[in-house]
Structure formats: C-alpha cells, structure tokens
Design a protein around this ligand. Structure first.
Ligand code: HEM
Length: 459
C-alpha cells in the first residue's frame, strides 16, 4: 500500500475558503472548528483564500512539530513578520541566534528571580485596585467594572514595572500601551487579509506603522540609556537582568539594540496574553459562584485575611487549577505556526519542505476526543491526579518543546496574585449580559466588554 501523503489530506476547497474569508477575518474559530468537524483533525485550508496551510488539532502532530522534530520546524513568516515592528527578540528569532539569546535570558525567568519581582507586581496590583475600592465605596459598596479594560491596564502595568521598575513615567507607560495596541492590530490585519496589502501600501499604512514602531523603540532606548547612566543601587527588574546578562563564551553583554529588541518583545509577549486570560477568568467566575466559594475556602484556610506572598502560592493549588482551566477554554495563544525546513513525515503523512503548519491550540483544548465535556468549566480537571491521565500535548497554553513560553512562571504567578488579591477585597457578582464572543487576533480577546460587579468585602 503506498504511504499516505500530504496530498491525501482532506482539503477545504479553495472557493469555500475564499467565500469564508470575510467571516474568517472577523472570527476564524467557528469557521475552523466547522472545517475540522467536517473534514478531520488534520486538514488543508487556504488562509484568507490564499495561503495553503496544514491545520491540525492532533496533539501528536503538534508535539512532533514543537518538540520531537523541532529542528525542522522554525516559525513561519506569519510570526516573523512582526519583527519588522518589534525587532529580533526571542519570540521572533531563529536558529543559533535564538538559542544563544534563550540561554542568556532564561536564568532571568527562574523561580528565584520571579520571587524578587513579586513585590513590584503586588505594588502594581495594589495601585490598580485602590481606585476600584474607592469607586465602590462611593457607589454604596459595589462597582460595575469593564473587566477587559481593567485587566489590560493591570497586566500592562505589571509587565512594564517588572521591566522598568519605577523609572517609567506614567505618560510614557500610556503611550507605550497605545503604540503596542496600534501596531499589533495593524499587523493582524495584514496577515488575516493579505489581499488588502496593496491598498494598505497605497494608503501609506505600512509607513505609518513603521513610524509608530520607531517611536516605541525610542521610548525604550531612552530608558535603557537612563539606566546605564544612573548611579546608585541597580533595581532588581527585568531590564537590569538584560543589561547584566553576559554571554558564556566571551563574557560580553548584549548591545543596546539587542537589549532593546528583547525588552520590546517581553513587553508585547508579556501583557496581552495574561490580560486576556485574566479577563476570561472573571467572565467564568462571575458565572460560577460554586468555584468562587471553593477558592474562598482555600484562601480562608491558607491565608486568613492577609494578602498572599510568593511562598503561599504552591499551597493555593485550587487557584492555579482555576487559571489552568480558564486557559484551556480560552487559550490566549490560540494558534501557533511553523514551516517545514526540509521534507519530513509524521505517522505516514508526508510533510514536504515548505509546508506551513498551524497548530490549533484552541481546537486541541476543546477536542471531545481529549476532554470529557470539553465546553464545561471544571477546574477539578487539573487536580494532580487527573492531569496525569491527560494525553501529551492535550494541554499546551504555553506551547511546548524548546520554544516553550519563557514567561510561563511569571504569568502564572502574576495571574494567581491578581486573582487572590481581587477576591480578598471583593465579592464577584454577575451582571446579566449576552454571551461574550471570541475575538481571535494574535491572542484570544473578548469581542465585547465583559462586565462584572465587584462588591467590597470590608466596610
Ligand atoms: C497567560 C500568559 C501567557 C501565555 C498564554 C503565553 C503563551 C506563549 C506561547 C504559546 C509561546 C510559544 C509561541 C510559539 O511556540 O510559537 C510563548 C512564547 C514566549 N512568551 Fe509567552 N505567554 C504568556 C505570558 C508571557 C509573559 C508574561 C512573558 C514575559 C514576561 C512571555 C514571554 C514570552 C517570550 C519571550 C516567548 C518566546 C520564547 C522563545 O521563543 O524562546 N510570555 N508564550
């Protein structure tokens, strides 16, 4: 029997992809789910009706690409394209340069280092929650909150402070957030609707966004220089970690441009993802008082009424399970792209050189083959015994293999701290609203604002 080959994969007809390209641009997830349900777990589709990609929710194939044969699968131009605006940091570099940078930066994200960032994180969480408490007090004890807006601000401030400590001026913090949002939104449009590119060129949109990116780099550069010129004790933040890092072979530091690239990438990779996960977290908790009650019971037992410290977090396992389950239902990085550098095969499926592969994390996390009642919110799935029974790569919110998210411990710590501190101060109350839709850009955002009422627990 001849081996099955790439051509034997079910192909979503091109006319169908083209016909759906507008719907796909607005929200690809229902369209892709429908294709996979109709044609199988690994299929060929045309992105925007143009780019041919293998789309898969087979965890085995995703593990093959991200881990087992990762050397053959660099990221594709879909990921690399953002380097035009953000430079060649960890997220956007490849090969030996990526490896050298990863080895250099990895120690900065070890548990020990993160524990020293916790004070910065907590100060920022405090700053974000105090106005909310004041507002609630003014309004008779409870305040209606635009959750995605609040979590986006909170996560951005946490990452910005973790990088720059208090050296960052408020106005520039705001401007950086605006620039990053504008650049990312434009980049997604260029990828999702490639047929608009000539028009975008003609309208000068590429040039305009190059200018915005240059402005962002100027802001970051200014802080790097300021830091290098300042005397006195160096702050214990991520910028200092980048400046202090030395290459093993020659003992040299990074150049200013390299530090700039890495700092910019950390800012981007480190805020929208966590902001989205936290937004969906409150969306789910507002609908699940029984989960909030369990969280409270755990907090009462471990913390009483005091704020959590870094050392408490391992003892607050249920709060971590709630975050894990949120990221199963709403994986912030919902799709990952790779391209075959040379001919390869997986389980008899030939993957010729140049094949674009889209690992569909959202599809894996919602697969009925891998998860019992996949649409149900059940943090108990992540109990220590249950998790061991899961198939490899059935749960990969942080990716896998050597390019696993470097910030995963940072993100989990940050999210646990936000969750615990908000629950310590507030009761969570649901506000009736129609179901919130998905808006999958680079990360999985809520399309409509999530509204939740937070009621102060202490008078
Ligand atoms: C809930 C929060 C987060 C999620 C879901 C997430 C998810 C991911 C995923 C899936 C990847 C791998 C991408 C790929 O293989 O194509 C990744 C890479 C990366 N993430 Fe995160 N991330 C989160 C938070 C963070 C934070 C807080 C930081 C920084 C402080 C960060 C920094 C990075 C960097 C630098 C990379 C590139 C690593 C490399 O290629 O060596 N992430 N992230």
């Amino acid at each position: 029997m001849p081996p099955p080959h790439f051509a034997s994969l079910p192909v979503v007809p091109r006319w169908k992809s083209l016909r759906n390209s507008i719907t796909l641009a607005a929200n690809p997830i229902p369209v892709l789910n429908n294709y996979l349900d109709t044609y199988g777990d690994t299929i060929v589709v045309y992105l925007g009706g143009i780019r041919r990609t293998v789309l898969t929710r087979d965890p085995g194939l995703v593990q093959h690409v991200l881990q087992k044969n990762h050397r053959n699968y660099p990221k594709s131009d879909l990921s690399h394209g953002i380097a035009r605006y953000l430079g060649h940091g960890l997220l956007t570099s490849e090969g030996s340069y990526w490896l050298q940078q990863r080895r250099l930066i990895q120690p900065g994200f070890h548990r020990q280092r993160i524990s020293s960032l916790v004070t910065l994180m907590q100060a920022e969480i405090n700053d974000c929650l105090e106005p909310l408490e004041r507002e609630a007090a003014k309004q008779g004890g409870a305040v209606e909150v635009a959750v995605h807006e609040l979590m986006t601000t909170t996560a951005f401030r946490i990452i910005a402070r973790s990088v720059f400590s208090n050296s960052l001026a408020e106005a520039q913090l705001q401007r950086m957030a605006e620039l990053l949002t504008a650049i990312q939104a434009f980049y997604v449009r260029t990828v999702r609707q490639p047929y608009l590119r000539p028009w975008q060129h003609a309208r000068g949109q590429f040039r305009r966004h190059d200018h915005l990116a240059a402005e962002l780099r100027d802001i970051v550069r200014q802080y790097i220089r300021q830091r290098q010129q300042s005397s006195g004790p160096a702050p214990d933040d991520l910028l200092q970690m980048l400046l202090d890092a030395r290459y093993e072979d020659n003992g040299e530091p990074m150049t200013e441009e390299q530090v700039l690239d890495e700092a910019a990438i950390i800012l981007v990779a480190g805020h929208e993802t966590s902001a989205n996960a936290l937004s969906w977290l409150w969306y789910l908790l507002a609908q699940h008082p029984e989960v909030v009650a369990k969280l409270r019971a755990e907090m009462d037992q471990v913390l009483g009424d005091r704020p959590a410290t870094f050392a408490d977090l391992p003892g607050l396992g249920y709060s971590l399970q709630v975050i894990q389950e949120t990221m199963r239902l709403y994986p912030p990085a919902w799709i990952l792209d790779r391209v075959a550098a040379a001919d390869d095969s997986y389980n008899g499926l030939a993957l010729p050189k140049g094949t674009l592969i889209s690992g569909y994390l959202y599809g894996i996390h919602h697969s009925a083959k891998l998860w019992d009642e996949p649409e149900a919110f059940r943090p108990e799935r992540f109990g220590p015994d249950q998790l061991r029974q899961q198939a490899p790569y059935a749960y990969i919110p942080f990716g896998g293999g050597p390019r696993l998210c470097i910030g995963n411990q940072f993100a989990l710590t940050e999210m646990q701290l936000v969750l615990l501190e908000m629950l310590r101060r507030f009761e969570v109350e649901r506000i009736e609203q129609p179901p919130v839709d998905l808006m999958p850009l680079i990360t999985l955002r809520p399309r409509q604002e999530i509204r939740v009422r937070f009621r102060r627990r202490k008078a």
